[in-house]
Structure formats: C-alpha cells, structure tokens
Design a protein around this ligand. Sequence first.
Ligand code: SF4
Length: 138
Amino acid sequence: MGECWGKGTATFMIGGEICTRSCKFCNTQTGRPLPLDPEEPTHVAESIQLMKLSHAVITSVDRDDLNDLGAAHWAKTISEIKRLNPETTSEVLIPDFQGRSELIQLVIDAKPDIISHIWKPYAASVPWYEVQPTMQPV
Ligand code: SF4
C-alpha cells in the first residue's frame, strides 16, 4: 500500500468483506454478506480526496445475494468518486453481474475511466446459490 499510495494510487474493495463466491485462488471469506453500507460510496470518495490520489482502483466482492448484484452501489461509488475527485482517474475491476447487460450498462453509464473484469467460473464457485446465470461474454 505504501508504495502505491506514494505514487498517488490505491485500491479499494467495496460491498463488504464477505463474498458470495469461492474462487480457489482467493482468500476472501465466502458466505452470506451483510447488507450494503449506503454511505460507502461517499466514504470511498472522501478517502480518495483525503489521500489526494491521482488514480483510484475499485474492486468488490461479488454480491449474488442482491437483486441488482450490487450494480447500483457500484454506479453510485463511481459517481461519488467523480463528484469529489474530478481530477482523479478511476479504474473499476467489476464482477460479471451474471452476464446481465443492463447491470453492466449501469456501471458504464457512471463513466469510470477504465473498466476491467476477471473472468471467474460462476457455477463452481457458488455452491449454495441456485440462480443459473448467463455465461456469455459481454
Ligand atoms: S468473486 Fe472475487 S472476491 Fe469473490 S472469491 Fe472470487 S476472486 Fe475472491
């Protein structure tokens, strides 16, 4: 963190600490997440402002438990970052949103500078979840 912060860059993980998936390469706790913190988007933006970051990377746990899979929370976070930090570039490492294009569009419409995604096998990583998502690349 110190090296990145010194270069004006830091990464934030939103959506809580518990993920609905269990990718084998990841140490994040898997389970039923807590409700989203509605103040988190503003708090992330305020932290970026305090740290005077020139570039902020945002990632999240997956929130398959939510109707919108956390897309609105993502969009609000990007909007708040841009509102409080108009000179800071934002790079978002987003979930697959189960391939639901309208949710991905919600994030795109918030206009982050860079959008990235790590492709993860869904069905094998969510043993307790019953929804069968679209697996088409978007
Ligand atoms: S979806 Fe992301 S946070 Fe969740 S277990 Fe997989 S790599 Fe980790």
